[in-house]
Design a protein around this ligand. Sequence first.
Ligand code: ST9
Length: 106
Amino acid sequence: MTQPEGECERRFRAAVDVIQSLPKNGVYRPSYEVMLRFYGLYKQAVFGPCRSSRPGFWDPVGRYKWDAWSRLGEMSSAAAMTEYVEEMKKVAQEVIDNMPVDERTA
Ligand code: ST9
């Protein structure tokens, strides 16, 4: 579904704010894969395609981050924003689905 550009950016900013305001530790623990996915989409949406060179052997975290970003290639900023929001909805739904029933009704 296509949406007006302003609307896409507004939703993205809201999703970014939510993720930045989550506590570091909580009931939900995102996997490295999930974190890297969000990271890559965020960088692509805000800074565009990755143009820096790949970090060296001594910076394995930097390499994972670089890989997650650069694998998005020339994806447009608007597409990255939309995907970021969709990914957040998906993860939020998974969290709800896996929440113990007593927490859901408390
Ligand atoms: C819990 C409560 O258990 C219930 C859970 C509800 C679940 C709702 C579901 C929503 C989806 C959640 C998905 C989580 C995915 C985590 C993504 C992490 C990336 N997005 O300024 P720096 C870049 S809660 C992506 O040093 P901050 C930034 O450009 C328990 N990337 O760090 C920089 O890049 P570079 C679970 C972003 O400001 C790098 O990250 N809690 C975003 O100290 C570091 O930035 C969590 O999962 C962004 N929005 O932290 C906490 N913003 O290195 C999730 C910045 O290249 N949040 N970047 O310069 C966090 O981990 C942090 O707020 C942070 C920013 C990493 C996003």
